[in-house]
Ligand binder design. Structure first.
Ligand SMILES: Nc1nc2c(ncn2[C@@H]2O[C@H](COP(=O)(O)OP(=O)(O)OP(=O)(O)O)[C@@H](O)[C@H]2O)c(=O)[nH]1
Ligand SMILES: [Mg+2]
Length: 311
């Protein structure tokens, strides 16, 4: 299905309504979604993508706001994707984010979108990656992806970013343990936010101890302190994000990340499309019969799947 000019051109100019529509197209598997991506694909890859991840209430949104402001002051256009894998709907914390973000949302140089599990065909990571691509196509210089740290979904989402900032706060001894799983390998920067509170030293010691156990990978993730509410430390954070970008460029890291991202994307899309095709070919009755067979123990799961694939 051809992409209407009244979507493509406004999208390339970065008009918010066209962007919102295009993101929904991708999320909902609109018949024109594939052609849209095909048209945009060759010109992508310019936006710098920063990930801000951490536990609920760590100050991710406040940090994101501050970063966006600093980048706007340099004349950049900034996209913000607020990803919440815990929320099936755009509600709760995300609604709060919307209200909070209204302050900066009036600025046409900033585009904000909440991404929740709701309806995102193929999952949140894919929807987020698609949205990043669309912002990139629309000429946004930097995209900030804010995501609540909750495990695999989060790790998948941060695989989309160039520089992943893990936000910690004083007084979270146990949570450092929880963060170890998975996120350690993807952290490019550690940000101790709410450094105006007691206990920043202890968190820093905890992070350093954790880092010493991690596999060395050439880049030693710096540990920074911020007070997002006042903007303290934001310039330092931006400077480190840039240093990391330079390091990636100097060490072939950008190409390596792009390849890794391409592989993840291909694998997940292949799995999804192949599964959909197989289901359609077999039809719902056969699929349900196979599932019932497994439950009844008349059919083992492997044979059930093989049977459906051969349908
Ligand atoms: N004392 C102090 N409070 C802060 C700081 N940064 C953010 N806060 C406050 O912490 C609370 C949570 O901030 P958010 O930015 O909404 O945190 P978040 O991580 O986005 O929260 P979720 O999206 O709900 O997970 C708010 O009341 C902020 O005003 C800081 O540096 N110091
Ligand atoms: Mg938030």
């Amino acid at each position: 299905m051809p992409v209407p000019a009244d979507l493509l051109e406004p999208l390339r100019r970065g008009e918010p309504r066209a962007l919102a529509r295009a993101i929904s197209w991708m999320e909902n598997g609109h018949p024109g979604a594939r052609e849209l991506m095909a048209r945009l694909w060759p010109s992508l890859g310019h936006a710098v993508v920063i990930g801000i991840t951490g536990s609920p209430g760590a100050g991710k949104s406040t940090l994101t706001d501050q970063l966006a402001r600093a980048l706007r002051a340099e004349g950049q256009r900034v996209g913000i994707l607020a990803v919440d894998p815990t929320s099936p709907f755009s509600g709760g914390a995300i609604l709060g984010d919307r209200i909070r973000m209204q302050r900066i949302a009036a600025d046409p140089g900033i585009f904000i979108r909440s991404m929740a599990t709701r309806g995102a065909l193929g999952g949140l990571a894919r929807a987020t990656q698609d949205a990043i691509d669309l912002l990139d196509a629309a000429g946004f210089d930097t995209v900030i992806v804010e995501t609540v740290g909750v495990g695999q979904d989060e790790v998948d989402v941060v695989s989309c970013v160039q520089t992943c900032c893990v936000v910690l706060v004083p007084g979270m001894g146990d949570e450092i343990q929880a963060i170890k799983a998975g996120i350690m390998e993807v952290a490019d920067l550690f940000v101790i936010n709410k450094a105006d509170r007691d206990g920043a030293d202890q968190v820093e010691q905890g992070v350093e101890a954790m880092k010493s156990l991690a596999m060395p990978r050439g880049w030693d993730p710096p540990v920074l302190r911020t007070v997002a509410q006042t903007g303290q430390g934001i310039d330092g954070l931006l400077a480190q994000v840039r240093t990391h970008g330079q390091w990636l460029r100097a060490h072939g890291g950008l190409a390596a990340k792009a390849r890794e991202r391409a592989r993840l994307r291909f694998d997940s899309l292949l799995a999804e499309v192949a599964a959909r095709r197989a289901r359609t070919q077999a039809g719902p009755l056969r699929v349900e019969a196979a599932i019932q067979g497994i439950a009844d123990r008349t059919l083992d799961p492997y044979s059930a799947v093989a049977g459906v694939l051969e349908a």
